[in-house]
Design a binder for this molecule. Structure first.
Ligand SMILES: [Zn+2]
Length: 135
């Protein structure tokens, strides 16, 4: 979460600098990017809910582990983004496939080398929540 907060802070700070040069649309773009960064924090199992409280909760209840990247598909955006299919195998339970859409360097590299790659993550099996860690 620290990384996400820092990213958001940078986005907002950069936004203020740009605003002084009358380029409001860039500010809007950066603000949107900041929101996207926060939204990446936590994804509830099979769902898409995300917020800062959930991220904090996950950090206290979850376990850090590496998730195998089953597949990575490049998606069409201005920046390079991939849709990563990740595999979570809770002890004694069935494997669950989850998706993580991302343009972070770690995730892009993992997507390109899938299925021989893994990404760092925090998983809370009981709370059925997970999040990819962007160090
Ligand atoms: Zn990512």
């Amino acid at each position: 979460m620290a990384v996400l907060i820092v990213l958001t802070g940078v986005g907002i700070a950069a936004g203020f600098g740009v605003a002084q040069r009358d380029r409001w649309w860039l500010v809007a773009l950066l603000a949107f990017a900041a929101v996207v960064c926060v939204a990446l924090g936590v994804v509830i199992w099979l769902g898409a809910g995300a917020n800062a409280d959930a991220t904090k909760q996950l950090q206290s209840t979850g376990t850090r582990m590496s998730l195998p990247v089953v597949a990575g598909t490049e998606t069409t955006e201005d920046s390079i983004r991939y849709l990563l299919e990740l595999q979570i195998t809770p002890p004694g339970q069935q494997t669950v496939l989850v998706e993580h859409a991302c343009g972070h360097g770690t995730c892009v590299a993992a997507a390109r080398t899938a299925p021989d790659s893994q990404v760092p993550a925090i998983v809370d099996v009981q709370g059925r929540a997970w999040g990819v860690v962007h160090d």
